[in-house]
Design a binder for this molecule. Structure first.
Ligand code: A3P
Length: 302
């Protein structure tokens, strides 16, 4: 399918996953060369589901003894710089990037489906944290992301209805949306020590308890003293949408190519879909979700 507006997406790896063509090679290279270590933390996410937020939180939790809150690298660096994507930043052209000197624990991220992760991630003792988001908000967030980063001179009009129809067919970078989630959900059911499964909506409701949960999961639990000093709340505030969005570093500059740093911070709300989708569209997605997640036990707050 030749659709330059969403990044060219084509079925890849013979496994029914839709990937931007520019990522074919980096993904194959990282699958071949990336050697996960047991202390690594791998953040895995469907795009527009909380990647930036999870990166900021995990980086701050794991490095809280290295940097004080007011000296945090998050104040001067975009979260995507601090926690690189395997496919966009670590393996864009290199087969063997320099990963030895990165301070431990190394934190990487990826949008890859569970079934195409590099084997060493599944096989080593490293930890995986997955965050997902309800499909309606993810779709709306992704649609705006495409609009904001629209390649100039792109002649093809970008209609919400059309992009929505593709989404329902599973056609989206790293789609189908539902399969992405189910892969990690099922993996987490099999091995909860290996994989922590989070939901954007739950974090929005209470971020501090998730800061604590993430810290325990990655083996950096907060001491009673840290908790009494309000460390959970300080990290939550540092990584909040309002704080990150308003930092100079996130208001300007580019992530890669024509993708603006600012486009990772739009509204940061649960339920914004209601301002963009019709009840019929919502019903179509809800029916799809019900069918796809049938008997999996996975449900969303919309
Ligand atoms: P909206 O477009 O709905 O505002 P990703 O980081 O996976 O690309 O996801 C981007 C979405 O997460 C955007 O959603 C963005 O505004 C939101 N987001 C970014 N940083 C956030 C934060 N610190 N807290 C909550 N939401 C955040």
């Amino acid at each position: 399918l030749n659709n330059t507006r969403v990044g060219i997406v084509v079925p890849s790896l013979g496994e029914g996953i839709w990937l931007p063509v520019m990522l074919f090679r980096p993904i194959l290279t990282s699958r071949k060369h990336f050697k996960a270590e047991s202390t690594d933390i791998i953040l895995t996410i469907m795009p527009k589901s909380g990647t930036t937020w999870l990166k900021a939180l995990t980086f701050s939790i794991a490095n809280r003894n290295v940097f004080s809150i007011d000296q945090s690298p998050l104040l001067t660096s975009n979260p995507h710089t601090l926690v690189p994507f395997l496919e966009y930043t670590v393996y864009p052209d290199l087969e063997n990037p320099e990963l030895e000197n990165i301070p431990r624990p190394r934190i990487f991220s990826t949008h890859m489906h569970f079934k195409i992760l590099p084997d060493s991630i599944r096989e080593s003792g490293c930890r995986i944290i997955y965050i997902c988001r309800n499909p309606l908000d993810q779709f709306v967030s992704h649609y705006h992301f495409i609009l904001q980063n629209k390649i100039e001179n792109d002649a093809v009009p970008l209609e919400l209805d059309e992009v929505f129809d593709m989404f329902c067919q599973g056609i989206q970078p790293f789609g189908p949306f539902w399969d992405h989630m189910l892969g990690y959900w099922n993996a987490q059911l099999k091995n909860p020590q290996k994989l922590l499964f989070l939901k954007y909506e739950d974090l929005k409701q209470d971020v501090s308890s998730h800061v604590k949960q993430i810290a325990e999961f990655i083996g950096f639990p907060f001491s009673a003293e840290e908790e009494n000093q309000g460390m959970l709340e300080q990290i939550s505030r540092l990584c909040s949408f309002e704080n990150l969005k308003n930092l100079k570093v996130n208001k300007s500059g580019y992530f890669i190519g024509s993708i603006k740093n600012s486009s990772f911070f739009r509204k940061g709300e649960v339920g914004d879909w209601i301002n963009h989708l019709t009840p019929a569209m919502a019903e179509r997605v809800n029916n799809l979700t019900e069918t796809k997640f049938q008997s999996s036990g996975l449900v969303f707050k919309m």
